[in-house]
Design a protein around this ligand. Structure first.
Ligand code: SF4
Ligand code: FES
Length: 266
């Protein structure tokens, strides 16, 4: 064979690589849930203790639905999207307002998990509350439940939209109202979510007459009723910061008042 000829192909020997064994998924764990139960006719709620196996990635909502499927089909629990968007699965978990679909069981302390319905709202049964009163609060400042589209096709959002974008994030879950100590004792207090929505309108009126919104904010059971407990902002799953919205509304009211004193119009 001349030096320009190519000999028969001889593959380079390849050392077999060791195949890593796939790690076994962690086994399901058994957890105890203490769930508030109450039906119409019951004088007060009681806690039912139920044991259920949970997978490592399970949320509290997964566990509640499994309990309902396997242990007690009569359990009333509300949910829809399963991914922290619709705001329907709000409950109190170990005493704190939370979205059940956004709370991992594994992240909770290794003791029985207490699940109760939201406070400051009428109970339907077990863990479901009637949200009608909560939604009605948004209508008080002239914010209808369903708004018509605010930005037409091809329209440019106004300057500074980032400054109030956070107030658009409210998923109307009602956690803030449940956590609010003022709402616990004063049912007429309009509440943090509706006031955050009102503040958002004031920040960006888009031609709306702000008179009714500002009048509502200045009422006795409105922004001045809040004692700055800040619980609303602490539990809000959407970073709406209702407490900051209330403070902003107070500033607007005081600024309007000062303008009136100086003989200037609002
Ligand atoms: S302000 Fe936050 S906690 Fe209150 S209803 Fe809206 S998203 Fe829920
Ligand atoms: S199910 Fe929609 S927010 Fe939890």
């Amino acid at each position: 064979m001349s030096e320009n000829e190519v000999g028969p192909f001889e593959p380079t020997p390849v050392e077999p690589t060791a195949v890593e064994p796939t790690p076994e998924p962690p086994p399901p764990a058994t957890r105890v849930f203490r769930i508030s139960r109450r039906r119409s006719g019951d004088r007060k709620p009681h806690l039912d203790s139920l044991e259920i196996e949970v997978e490592p990635g399970d949320t509290v909502l997964d566990a509640l639905l499994r309990i309902r499927r396997i242990k007690d089909p009569s359990l009333v629990v509300r949910h829809s999207c399963m991914h922290a968007s619709c705001g329907t699965c709000g409950v109190r978990i170990n005493g704190r307002e939370s979205l059940a679909c956004d709370t991992k069981v594994a992240a909770l302390p290794a003791k029985p998990i207490e699940v109760e319905p939201l406070a400051n709202q009428r109970l339907v049964a077990d863990l479901a509350t009637d949200m009608v009163d909560f939604y009605a609060r948004f209508e008080a400042p002239g914010l209808p439940l369903i708004r018509t589209a605010e930005v037409g096709p091809g329209a440019e959002p106004p300057d500074g939209i980032k400054a109030f974008g956070r107030f658009e994030n409210c998923i109307e879950c009602g956690l803030c109202l449940s956590a609010c100590p003022i709402a616990r004792t004063n049912h007429d207090y309009i509440g943090p979510a509706a006031l955050a929505a009102a503040a958002r309108v004031v920040e960006e009126p888009r031609g709306r007459d702000l008179g009714p919104v500002m009048a509502l904010a200045a009422e006795p059971d409105s922004v001045w009723r809040c004692h700055d407990a800040l619980q609303c902002s602490a539990v809000c799953p959407s970073a709406v910061e209702p407490a900051m919205a209330l403070i902003a509304l107070r500033r607007h009211i005081l600024a309007n008042h000062a303008r009136r004193l100086l003989g200037r119009s609002d």
